[in-house]
Design a binder for this molecule. Structure first.
Ligand code: NAG
Length: 357
């Protein structure tokens, strides 16, 4: 029997192995990426130093004694110094580690192997592969190195020493070889090596062609008619209705939505005060539109308690105390007149304005 401690130990070791393999696989891909950038920057460096010389023009003496700047160590060093951003650890590390290779290529291989990327990244430090191949031995990607994934996907690790060569298919495609179509797409063209998947009509879940008559299955919200074509289902005709009483139903292709009625309505067929089934309390039908009832102007007074005044508002009214009265315990009473203060207020002398003309 394994003790809990041993199990834990085993678990962590397994986790560590898995994790380190994952990061290793990622490293292989990013190493190639780093190397490619270095090779690209080397070519840029070559271009930038093309017009340079030893500083005063190549004199005949210099050309004899130091050889030409074009093929000089000085030019190589200048290019090497500008290969990496100073902040890129991976790049600087790779250049330092392989400085001798750059020297070898510069002085001895350049003529025979003008493609630095291929010579350095693929054939010398073995971090990249030719396009369409992957992994430690640069095997062909799924679907072949000519057209990996038959042109409908990306081969994992393509061009690097990492990855597994399998396909991540583009949208619309599926299967090991990215030749099959996902639901909602159909094969417009297909043979053993080529496949073109095209999107179905929006009414189809699956289909064999472009139109709504080519559906194999209708999407939800669509139904088959007598001829087998998929047509929108009008959910708004459903009995019982699918929307609440203060809502109206809006049918859309393949679906529907419930929208709130205008607040002057009690039930409606569309948006707006003129699309009510009946008017909400406090509103009346005026030539097909629901408008506010002015309760304060009705023949029968609505604010009947003493000293009240009626104020109309949208959909209703309120009763307030008339001016000079205030509400106390539910009845409108006279506001007590502040005697002394009032006299004071009247006798306050206001400074008069004089305008000299
Ligand atoms: C498959 O179809 C493509 C595109 O139509 C064509 O170029 C190719 O030659 C075909 N291959 C075969 C084996 O029929």
């Amino acid at each position: 029997m394994l003790s809990f401690r041993q199990l834990l130990w085993l678990f962590f070791n397994l986790a560590f192995i898995l994790l380190s393999q994952c990061t290793h696989a990622k490293d292989l891909k990013s190493s190639c990426h780093t190397c490619k950038q270095i090779a690209d920057n080397f070519i840029k460096g070559l271009d930038q130093t093309k017009k340079q010389n030893f500083g005063g023009g190549n004199t005949a003496w210099e050309e004899r004694a130091l050889s030409k700047y074009e093929t000089s160590e000085i030019r190589l060093v200048e290019i090497l110094e500008n290969l990496c951003e100073s902040s890129s650890f991976d790049c600087n590390h790779m250049v330092e580690e392989h400085e001798d290779h750059f020297e070898t290529w510069w002085f001895k291989r350049q003529k025979k192997h003008p493609d630095l990327y291929k010579w350095f990244c693929i054939d010398t430090i073995n971090v990249c592969c030719l396009k369409g191949t992957f992994g430690p031995d640069c095997n062909a990607c799924v679907g072949g190195s000519e057209r990996p994934c038959h042109g409908n996907g990306v081969c994992d690790g393509d061009g690097t020493r990492g990855g597994n060569g399998r396909c991540n298919c583009d949208h619309g495609y599926k299967g090991e070889f990215c030749l099959d179509c996902i639901d909602g797409y159909f094969n417009e063209i297909r043979n053993d090596t080529f496949s073109l998947c095209t999107e179905c009509h929006s009414s189809c879940k699956t289909c064999t062609g472009l139109t709504n008559e080519d559906c194999e299955k209708c999407k939800t919200g669509w139904g088959e008619d007598d001829e087998g074509a998929c047509l929108d289902v009008n959910e708004c005709l459903n009995d019982p209705p699918l929307c609440k009483e203060d809502q109206y139903c809006l049918n859309t292709d393949g679906s529907f939505s419930c929208k709130g009625c205008d607040k002057v309505c009690s039930g409606c067929t569309e948006a707006g005060p003129d699309k009510c089934q009946s008017c909400a309390p406090g509103y009346q039908d005026t030539e097909g539109t629901c408008t506010d009832v002015n309760e304060c102007e009705q023949p029968d007074a609505v604010c009947t308690a003493g000293n009240q005044e009626c104020v109309n508002n949208k959909g209703s009214y309120i009763c307030i105390c008339a001016s000079g009265y205030e509400e106390q315990e539910g009845v409108c009473v006279t506001i007590p007149e502040p005697e002394e203060n009032e006299e004071d207020a009247d006798t306050v002398k206001r400074p008069e304005e004089h305008v000299d003309l």
